[in-house]
Design a protein around this ligand. Structure first.
Ligand SMILES: CC/C=C\C/C=C\CCC/C=C/CC(=O)SCCNC(=O)CCNC(=O)[C@H](O)C(C)(C)COP(=O)(O)OP(=O)(O)OC[C@H]1O[C@@H](n2cnc3c(N)ncnc32)[C@H](O)[C@@H]1OP(=O)(O)O
Length: 243
């Protein structure tokens, strides 16, 4: 699955809806046993949640958007397929979440590419299921420090921390992703799927059990004037950076 929503593959409501429909089709196709996620936009895997979906909109819109974000994560983290992220560009926040939610991450070894859960830098807080996914990948201590600081890690640092599993030159990315996929698909599906479910079930169940509460927390949090101000300032900063 190739993300192609220029300029930065931000995760808008439309993007997420298409992502979920695409994933469901693949999940229901018995001939499809694995998916590689990558980007068709140069230098960007995904810039994370589309900030304009969380800024200056109605409470109803925030709730609809957040349910879609939850759905994307539930489907991907709970997927029966082998999922490999071929990270060929920067991947902050929600973009990093997509990579973390896969079974395996391969990143291009470009010192300009960054990845991490940088929510704290925007004055917002990654919800518990972002945090759980991060802890399950890098362990508690690394996740705690990285989340509190809202760190964006270079590709080599991300590799050192275990945030990504492998680094490769750009020209080798697709070949490597295909090789990893073949390795994972060599196992019997039922054994791999039951093992994956055993590892991820508690974290998935936690969101399912608290889904509406999590939507309400998000809506209350994001609609606070202080949070809206932080998001507006962040968007301004992104625009100014270009001038
Ligand atoms: C108690 C708490 C309870 C509940 C709380 C619950 C939840 C709150 C948490 C919500 C979670 C949020 C997770 C997220 O994903 S937030 C999004 C974070 N994303 C970022 O910080 C990335 C921002 N972007 C960048 O750093 C750069 O754009 C990037 C490195 C990706 C690319 O740089 P480049 O120089 O190539 O491009 P730019 O010129 O910066 O950008 C081009 C245009 O795209 C716009 N843009 C960029 N990112 C976004 C985005 N995420 N959303 C919307 N728009 C984005 C950027 O402004 C430029 O626009 P124009 O100027 O061209 O109009």
């Amino acid at each position: 699955m190739k993300f192609k929503s220029p300029p930065v593959n931000s995760l808008s409501l439309d993007f997420i809806t298409e992502f979920c429909i695409g994933l469901e089709k693949l999940e229901n196709n018995r001939e499809c046993r694995g998916v590689i996620f990558t980007s068709a936009v140069p230098n960007i895997f995904s810039s994370g949640l589309d900030i304009t979906e969380m800024c200056g909109k109605s409470m109803e819109h925030y709730a609809e958007f957040w349910r879609a974000v939850q759905e994307m994560w539930l489907r991907l983290y709970g997927s029966n397929m082998v999922t490999v992220a071929a990270v060929n560009g920067s991947s902050p926040a929600g973009g990093c979440l997509i990579a973390l939610t896969c079974d395996y991450r391969i990143m291009v070894e470009n010192p300009k590419f960054v990845i991490g859960l940088n929510e704290a830098q925007l004055g917002i807080v990654a919800p518990f299921w972002f945090k759980d996914t991060f802890v399950n990948t890098v362990g508690h201590r690394v996740a705690e420090r990285s989340l509190q600081l809202g760190s964006l890690h270079s590709a080599s640092e991300a590799h050192r921390l275990g945030l990504v599993d492998e680094l490769v030159p750009e020209v080798k990315l697709q070949e490597k992703a295909a090789a990893v996929m073949a390795q994972w698909l060599a196992l019997p599906d039922h054994a791999r799927q039951l093992t994956k479910s055993m590892m991820r079930k508690a974290v998935l169940d936690r969101l399912v059990a608290h889904r509406e509460e999590d939507v309400q927390n998000f809506v209350n949090f994001i609609s606070k004037e202080s949070i809206q101000k932080s998001l507006r300032m962040y968007m301004e900063m992104l625009k100014k950076k270009k001038r």
